[in-house]
Design a binder for this molecule. Structure first.
Ligand SMILES: [Zn+2]
Length: 453
């Protein structure tokens, strides 16, 4: 006999993201970002993403699948792409084109990444996304305004990012007023269930449902679906056979108890009027650091497990300065660069460089400067874990700038980045960061002798 007489729902969301780990410009293509030369995107897709798509798990879970990773799937597993794109329509959640902490960007840069992500989603899914997953769920009011501008109705976030005094807010949609007069929804995932989904053993799905999910679901009004989100790589990569656990959980353990899987894009039709709360956003918060002001990515934070994270202040400042200077340059040189990037971000970002028109090179330089700001570099306690990825895109930005003929500016920007990194020390090795990344942070002479064929 089912545990629930009245039909109950669960929205199980997965966040599929790996950073772009290779450059597109022909002068940076050979740069390795992994210290051991491992192609992690291929490894993780093979262990986790491809098996989940092929087993039809994205027909049951809700998910965001980052555009750069979707692009890589064309090479890694072209046969699973059609299934991914049809699932995107039913259960897909939107995201920005690059995994940058959005509150760190200007209004215009937020428009570029959010707009480019939404446009590509619509091209592949045939419709605009309704819900948004922000990188690290890092949010501020300006980000919500831009999202509303691009047609989103709400964002998914951690309950501790929302201010609703004296109310249990896990699993509930919260209406907040935007400065532009519109309303926007913050949707809090269930903290205990999401954390357990990420960290508990993935052996017995029935036991997991009994011990973790049902006790929480029992306390919710019947019209509220249980909502849990975690990283997609959890299943198969972090936990071998985790994909089979997830499949049994969604196909058998929950339905047998009377809990149906619900796609997040159907949630609006299930909630009752009384399920919505009113509240406010706690600005500059994220799901992966409880210490406020997005400090984990900008300086020393208790998240760094005893290692001195002060290098992050210089690292994040170096890439932000690069991006700001790039904005100043492109806004003088390219009319309406913002819309041009939104319309064609993927092609521009994948541009191999060369001697074509300077405008394309400048647009590619700007896209690369934004990629240099992806949050991965300062997420970990060591700049060695992912820092080379950010530095790769610093270098790519400067190479495109040189292609556009702005050699002096490129050299000045490189010097600024190196000076900033010279003030930072890797807490694991004692190395200065400019020396640590010296093989990437250089602009060798470009050969001027053109070889005639
Ligand atoms: Zn923290």
């Amino acid at each position: 006999m089912a545990r629930y007489n009245q039909e109950r729902f669960m929205i199980l969301g997965e966040h599929f993201y790996q950073p772009p780990r290779k450059g597109a410009h022909e002068r940076v293509k050979s740069i390795q970002t992994d210290p051991y030369g491992v192609d992690w995107n291929r490894v993780i897709a093979g262990e986790s993403y491809v098996p989940q798509i092929q087993a039809g798990l994205l027909e049951l879970s809700s998910f965001d699948f980052f555009a750069t990773m979707r692009k890589e799937m064309e090479n890694i597993s072209p046969e699973s792409l059609p299934d991914l794109e049809s699932a995107l329509k039913e259960r897909g959640v939107g995201d920005p084109y690059l995994h940058v902490l959005l509150p760190d960007l200007s209004y215009g840069d937020k428009q570029i990444l959010i707009g480019a992500g939404a446009k590509l989603f619509a091209e592949q899914a045939g419709q605009l996304p309704q819900w948004f997953w922000a990188p690290e769920t890092a949010l501020d009011m300006e980000t919500l305004e831009v999202l509303s501008e691009f047609g989103y109705i709400g964002v998914i976030c951690a309950p501790e990012q929302i201010d609703v005094p004296n109310k249990e807010i896990d699993d509930r949609p919260v209406k907040i007023p935007l400065p532009n007069g519109k309303q926007f929804l913050l949707l809090a995932f269930d903290r205990p269930v999401s954390s357990a989904l990420a960290h508990h053993k993935k052996e017995n799905a029935n036991q997991f449902a009994d011990e973790v999910i049902f006790p929480r679901l029992d306390n919710l009004p019947a019209t509220l679906p249980m909502i849990a989100f975690t990283d997609g790589e959890t299943f198969g990569h972090h936990f071998k056979f985790g994909d089979m656990f997830l499949r049994y959980l969604m196909e058998t353990a929950l339905p047998e108890a009377g809990v149906a899987m619900l796609g997040i894009n159907e949630a609006m039709s299930v909630w009752g009027e009384g399920d919505f709360l009113e509240g406010n956003l706690r600005e500059r918060t994220a799901w992966s650091c409880p210490h406020g002001d997005l400090i984990r990515w900008h300086g020393a934070c208790p998240c760094d497990a005893g290692f001195n994270g002060s290098w992050k202040a210089n690292f994040s400042s170096a890439v932000s300065q690069l991006n700001e200077v790039m904005t100043r340059i492109i806004s003088m040189e390219v009319d309406d660069y913002n819309s041009k990037l939104i319309d064609d971000f993927e092609h521009i970002f994948m541009y191999q460089g060369g001697s074509s028109d300077p405008e394309t090179s400048l647009l590619a330089a700007k896209a690369s400067a934004m990629a240099a700001m992806i949050s991965c570099g300062t997420f970990f306690d060591s700049p060695g874990t992912s820092g080379r990825i950010n530095m790769l895109f610093v270098r790519q930005a400067l190479e495109h700038l040189r292609d556009a003929g702005l050699t002096v500016e490129a050299n000045e920007m490189l010097q600024t980045v190196k000076n900033e990194l010279h003030n930072a020390i890797n807490p694991h090795t004692g190395e200065y960061l400019d020396e640590m990344f010296a093989d990437i942070l250089q602009l060798p002479e470009i050969s001027t002798s053109v070889i005639d064929e």
